[in-house]
Design a binder for this molecule. Structure first.
Ligand SMILES: [Zn+2]
Length: 133
C-alpha cells in the first residue's frame, strides 16, 4: 500500500462526498421543479375557475358542478404542494414545526416561532380552520 493508492482512496472519498452533494442538489432541484409545475397547474385552475364563475354571472348558466370539480382539483394540488414544500424543507435539512408549520434549522429542538418541541420531521397542515375574510 503506497502513497499513490492512499491518494486514490482519498480522491475517491472526496468524489463520493461531492457526488452525494450533487445528488442532493439535484433532488432539491427536482422537488422545486415539481412544486413550480403544481403551482402553474393551480394558476391555470384558478383561471378556469374565474371564467366559470364569471360565465355563470353573465349567462345565468349553472356551472356549480364544474366549479365543485375544479375546487376538488385545487384541494389536491394544494395538498401536493404542501407535501412538496415539506420535502423541500427536509432536503434543505430543515425541521418543520408540527404546530405552526414554521421551518426551523435541523439543529433546533424547539420552534423559533411558537416554541413547540420539534420532534422527528413530520408534516401537518398548520391552518385547518377557515380564514374569516
Ligand atoms: Zn411552531
Amino acid at each position: 500500500m503506497g502513497m499513490v493508492e492512499d491518494t486514490v482512496v482519498k480522491a475517491k472519498e472526496a468524489f463520493d462526498v461531492a457526488a452525494k452533494k450533487t445528488n442532493e442538489v439535484i433532488a432539491l432541484q427536482k422537488l422545486k421543479v415539481s412544486a413550480s409545475a403544481v403551482n402553474s397547474q393551480m394558476t391555470k385552475a384558478y383561471g378556469v375557475l374565474g371564467r366559470l364563475t364569471y360565465d355563470m354571472h353573465v349567462t345565468g348558466k349553472d356551472n356549480t358542478t364544474a366549479i365543485d370539480a375544479l375546487l376538488e382539483e385545487l384541494d389536491g394540488y394544494q395538498k401536493e404542494l404542501e407535501a412538496l414544500e415539506g420535502k423541500i424543507a427536509l432536503a434543505k435539512g430543515l425541521k418543520i414545526c408540527a404546530t405552526c408549520g414554521q421551518k426551523n434549522s435541523a439543529a433546533s429542538d424547539f420552534c423559533g416561532k411558537c416554541g413547540s418541541k420539534l420532534g422527528a420531521a413530520e408534516k401537518q397542515s398548520p391552518a385547518d380552520e377557515q380564514d374569516s375574510e
